[in-house]
Design a protein around this ligand. Structure first.
Ligand code: NAD
Ligand code: MG
Length: 396
């Protein structure tokens, strides 16, 4: 076998980052950790550095650099500690890196993920917000550099597995009628609507099937996660929003399906454990052991499917509207959502107000065409400012 692949893990201290390191640990002959990044939980980042001995680590500020560098040197490590966004971009694009796991949460991951794409890396995309914000530019950069873009989101990874290898010819050309994007419906699928006013961040983060970071857990509870995923699917697979149908499937065993014109529907199934899509993307086009238990269909016993309720989940409707509108609308949707979710987690707003804030921002500011990254970043800043104004206006 050839030399081990050098892997940069952006967002190593998070849920996806740790699952990625778990898979890497199972295959030391195939993968080496080249760089790790963390933003909070820096003691955990130090412990990960001691374990994986990366060439580089990236932290948010100079104080954290001094602290981590000191700790690692004392343990005899020569890891170089870099700082901030420039450091993240450097380890994403470094000539010795083979693959980058893009697992920073939110808009903060955009520039480092794009740096990996522009450097033509194999990019394992968990950071869906980056693609939602900059879709057209992101996909242009993939084509220009020849980067290999592999979806980590379980639904998109499932769709990728159910599509033929030449799907880039166009969904119509390969006989695809629809993409069926499954959603668990989250913890509030059956909560009486009036009670949604009172739900707490803890309840929103208690997902029935998946263990994830707090931001994506709230997005799953509001179904904004499915909205972002709808936009993500449109860019990844060159689909129109109308070709992507959301299906509530509470068991989270079918991770998504592809419906072909001859009536065949292909699905990918598995236990809800992100190590499956991570292993798939790391080893693609080969297969490796992920540590995930085999699916026991007899204990699953039944699979249910329901249509989504847009009255209960207005964020899904807002995301579909932003997808159809195009231009800067998805970037503004994403930015307003990030501010609103942070406000909900900080107990400044009630759960249904997440959708109210996004709706207000999208109604206030018309979308414009995306010609450059600067246009995307300006739309992101403007939407954040408008969302903050909403909070101030409502005394939060
Ligand atoms: P998480 O909150 O557990 O981890 C986020 C990581 O990003 C951490 O390492 C954190 O230190 C880092 N980070 C946070 N803010 C940062 C900033 N401003 N600058 C640099 N780094 C920063 O989140 P997660 O659940 O691992 O999700 C990561 C990404 O993967 C998200 O985009 C999410 O939507 C996507 N995703 C996650 C799952 C899942 O099961 N957790 C599934 C599908 C997609
Ligand atoms: Mg998903």
């Amino acid at each position: 076998m050839s030399r081990p692949q050098q892997i940069t893990v952006l967002g190593a201290t998070g849920s996806i980052g740790l699952s990625t390191l778990d898979v890497i640990s199972r295959h030391p002959e195939r993968y080496r950790v080249f760089a790790l990044s963390g933003f909070t939980r820096l003691a955990e980042l130090e412990a990960l550095c001691l374990l994986y001995r990366p060439r580089y680590a990236v932290v948010p500020d100079a104080e954290a650099v001094r602290h981590l560098q000191g700790g690692l040197q004392a343990a005899g490590l020569t890891t170089r500690v870099l700082v901030g966004e420039a450091g993240l971009c450097e380890v994403a694009a470094h000539p010795e890196v083979d693959a980058v796991m893009a697992a920073i949460v939110g808009a903060a991951g955009l520039k480092p993920t794009l740096a990996a794409v522009e450097a033509g890396k194999k990019v394992l995309l968990a950071n869906k917000e980056a693609l939602v914000m900059s879709g057209a530019l992101f996909m242009q950069a993939v084509r220009k550099s020849g980067a290999v873009l592999l979806p980590i989101d379980s639904e998109h990874n499932a769709i990728f597995q159910c599509l033929p290898t030449d799907y880039a010819r166009g969904l119509g050309a390969v006989g695809v009628r629809r993409i069926l994007l499954t959603a668990s419906g989250g913890p509030f699928r059956e909560t009486p609507l009036a009670e949604l006013e009172q739900v707490s961040p803890e309840q929103a983060c208690a997902h029935p099937n998946w263990s994830m970071g707090r931001k994506i857990s709230v997005d799953s509870a509001s179904m904004m996660n499915k909205g972002l995923e709808l936009i993500e699917a449109c860019w990844l697979f060159d689909a129109k929003p109308a070709q992507v149908e959301v299906v509530i499937h509470p068991q989270s065993v079918i991770h998504s399906l592809v419906d072909y014109v001859d009536g065949s529907v292909l699905a990918q199934l598995g236990n809800p454990d992100m190590r499956t899509p991570i292993s798939h993307a790391l080893a693609w086009p080969e297969r490796i052991d992920s540590g995930v238990a085999p699916l026991d269909l007899f204990s699953v016993a039944r699979l249910d499917f329901l249509p989504p309720d847009e009255l209960r989940f207005p964020c899904l409707r807002l995301a579909r509207q932003a997808a159809e509108c195009g231009g800067t609308a998805p970037a503004m949707l994403n930015a307003a959502n990030e501010v609103a979710v942070a406000a909900f987690l900080g107990r400044r707003i009630r759960f249904p107000e997440i959708a109210s804030i996004i709706d207000a921002v999208l109604n206030f500011e018309p979308a414009v065409a995306v010609e450059s990254l600067d246009v995307v970043l300006a739309a992101d800043s403007r939407a954040r400012a408008l969302a903050e104004q909403w909070l101030n206006r409502h005394g939060r």
